[in-house]
Write a protein that binds this ligand. Structure first.
Ligand code: GLP
Length: 241
């Protein structure tokens, strides 16, 4: 695991942005795995700027988002479809046919757990998977539990995640109780994991990655320790120094 310690959020986002931009320049038909949440906002802003000011071309780029709430219309201001549209897709020349979210395969997933994973596979697999970390160590919506799902599936959100995400809604009751989330296998099959973490809230999960000794379903991000190509970019607050 390559660890890059940065001073603060802006530097973390810049370093991440340079990596993602470099991939798209080198491989114009790159397949990106994308995350939501506040963490990757600076990275997306970097990509938008690279497109608008330096011609970064998204025409042949394909994206697969990690997760989406269930029982929230796509058009809802807090849906992850809306989030991606508002923070990246509307500003770049990506083709709508190349954009994928796991809820679109929800019915198929109910029938066949491998449906979203198969779609990713048909696209050539994910070249770069962007990951934020939940305060409780979740990735996508793979919550701490005794068992973790391998394939993309319907998940129940923990009270702590619903509370953490309540800041985007008017109350915690409005936060959906369920989501469809890429599984641990879906994520770990990406060729390169780009994990971003900033702020004190992430210190516990980051310290488990930096410690590097234990994989635990109590902290799903620790499974990234098994992956051969991980870049972890943290700021000082998350790294605890
Ligand atoms: C959500 C998303 C995760 C994200 C996490 C962290 O629950 N499902 O993919 O990594 O929040 O959010 P933030 O980046 O706002 O701290």
């Amino acid at each position: 695991m390559q660890v890059i310690k940065t001073k603060e959020y802006a530097e973390m986002s810049h370093v991440a942005g340079v990596i993602a931009e470099g991939l798209i320049r080198q491989k114009p038909n790159a397949v990106l795995g994308l995350a939501t949440g506040s963490t990757p906002l600076g990275l997306y802003a970097h990509l938008v700027k690279a497109h608008q000011q330096n011609g970064l071309d998204f025409r042949h780029v394909t994206t697969f988002n990690l997760d989406e709430y269930l029982d929230l219309p796509k058009e809802h201001p807090q849906s992850y479809h809306t989030f991606m549209e508002e923070n990246l897709f509307q500003y770049v020349n990506i083709s709508s046919e190349h954009i994928h979210f796991p809820d679109e395969d929800y019915d198929a997933i109910e029938e066949n757990a491998e449906a979203y994973d198969a779609r990713i596979h048909r696209a050539g697999g994910i070249d770069l998977q962007v990951l934020g970390i939940g305060r409780n160590g979740h990735i996508a919506f793979n919550e701490p539990a005794e068992e973790l799902a391998f394939f993309t599936s319907r998940v129940t959100l923990t009270p702590s995640t619903r509370e953490a995400n309540a800041r985007f809604f008017s109350s915690v009751e409005e936060v959906p109780t369920h989501a469809v989330s890429s599984g641990m296998g879906t994520i770990l099959q990406a060729r390169h994991l780009l994990i971003l973490a900033n702020g004190e809230d992430k210190r516990d999960a980051v310290s488990r990655l930096l410690d590097g000794h234990t994989l635990t379903t109590d902290c799903p991000v620790t499974f990234a320790l098994m992956h051969p190509h991980v870049t972890l970019i943290v700021d000082e607050a998350a790294a605890g120094c």
